[in-house]
Design a protein around this ligand. Sequence first.
Ligand SMILES: [Zn+2]
Ligand SMILES: [Zn+2]
Length: 314
Amino acid sequence: MRAILFALAVICAPAQTMLKDGQLHVVLCGTGSPLPDPQRASACTAIIANGEFLLFDIGPGSWRKAGLTQLPLANLSAVFLTHFHSDHIGDLGEAITMSWAAGRAQPLDVFGPPGADKVVAGFQAAYSLDAGYRTEHHSAQWMPPAGAKAKATAANSDQPVFDRSGVRVFAFPVNHHPITAAFGYRIEYRGRKVVITGDTSKSKEVEKNAARADLLIHDALSKDMILAAAAMAEGMGQKRQGKMARDIVTYHATPVEAAETAASAKVETLVLTHIVPPLRDEAHQKVFLRGVAEAFAGKIVLAADGMRFDFPPR
Ligand SMILES: [Zn+2]
Ligand SMILES: [Zn+2]
């Protein structure tokens, strides 16, 4: 029993430190895409600052990554959805239910473009039987029904979406046509600025919002690699795979386009995420990053699940 308690204490310590140390922390809990990737969960980025634990997108597999990365699950304050493609929302039910199981007792705020209420209502319906089981099994004292609930709010770009404990979150429109609305988010805390683009092709709105940001976490798809894969699929008679691959190149930025935006915005560090296609080895990484360093002189990071960035107040 002692050994188990010790292990729990070790696991919880970094999370509690991150909540209280006055710094802005960014943890990548999902850096992949809808394509299966053994190394990466789908889209998810955590921000932790001054007692607040915010998640931006919650794609399939990312809630488990959040746990493995020792994030303070019981302290989940809010979830922000960039848009409603399945690779950005698939684990919302897990996040609501398992943060409640970890100790969150009040309804969870979920922000997103118009339509967030429909997405949240769907997950709540799907998980309602489970919620009943848990309260009955563990008692309302330990699993209060309020904690199983989530409250959806449609964000808009006119005012902060979230403003608490000194942490401010702003939404802005990105270009993920034909998906409207799709948002990026800008997070500010004690002189630091982090921008999460969600899915977008090259966008002036991203450039504007990311001006002199400490961290720009940008969508990145290698057009060259995807078009080569499309041609190969078509060569083997796989018309459907070819068509799908050709369709997706138009609504994501390439790594070089993300780098160009980072350069124009004069950001400190560019993180390439939502990696398409999955990169199997170093050779693939090299092809993926071709031209990026020439386009942006700042720090370039190829995102990986579990990566963490810490920003002391400025
Ligand atoms: Zn998308
Ligand atoms: Zn996506």
